[in-house]
Write a protein that binds this ligand. Structure first.
Ligand code: ZN
Length: 181
């Protein structure tokens, strides 16, 4: 009796660790600030797909501080609106049956919350959540940030899912993240 309890506790602990993994992987990745590069963290769970981005503000705006002129304010508003319309720059394999649920953006310099901008290099962090019939059925995700923002040159992608973790680097015309099968 005692032994079987211990065994099931061990199994529970292993299960908890497996469930925690995608969240931990997301939290641990904090990309270096490098102009032209965006860190993309994708977490695949059965009914949820989360795409996190971490980008220098320069990639989106060409400047990295609070907007000063009316033109800069307009550019910042347009960039934020484009990111919020995530279906415009993200495409998910229809096999997974995913629907956009929430987009959260944080950038101290743009007054979107998050850490206040320090020094001359400000960032924007975003998180896009999809509800899916079965996210593990997605064979690919197209991340079109380089089309939406011409200063974006390289996507450093990290995927965490049921199959473990994988890294991919997308550059040039390549938008497609291939998910482990
Ligand atoms: Zn910078």
């Amino acid at each position: 009796m005692k032994k079987s309890l211990r065994t099931s506790l061990a199994a529970l602990a292993a299960l908890a660790a497996a469930v925690m993994l995608p969240t931990l992987a997301l939290a641990q990745t904090h990309a270096a600030h490098e102009h032209g590069k965006v860190a993309v963290d994708i977490a695949v769970e059965r009914e949820q797909l989360t795409i996190g981005i971490d980008t220098p503000l320069d990639n989106l705006l060409g400047f990295e501080r609070a907007p000063r002129s009316a033109a800069e304010k307009q550019a910042a508003d347009a960039a934020v609106a484009r990111l919020r319309a995530a279906d415009g720059w993200l495409r998910i394999d229809p096999q997974a049956g995913c629907q956009l649920q929430a987009v959260t953006l944080e950038s101290g310099a743009l007054g979107l919350g998050g850490a206040p901008a320090e020094g001359e290099h400000a960032d924007l962090e975003g998180s896009v959540t999809y509800r899916c019939t079965d996210a593990t059925r997605a064979a690919w995700i197209d991340v079109g940030l380089a089309d939406a923002f011409k200063r974006v040159k390289v996507l450093q992608v990290q995927v965490a899912g049921p199959q473990g973790q994988a890294k991919q680097t997308l550059s040039g015309k390549n938008r497609r993240v291939v998910l482990a099968k």
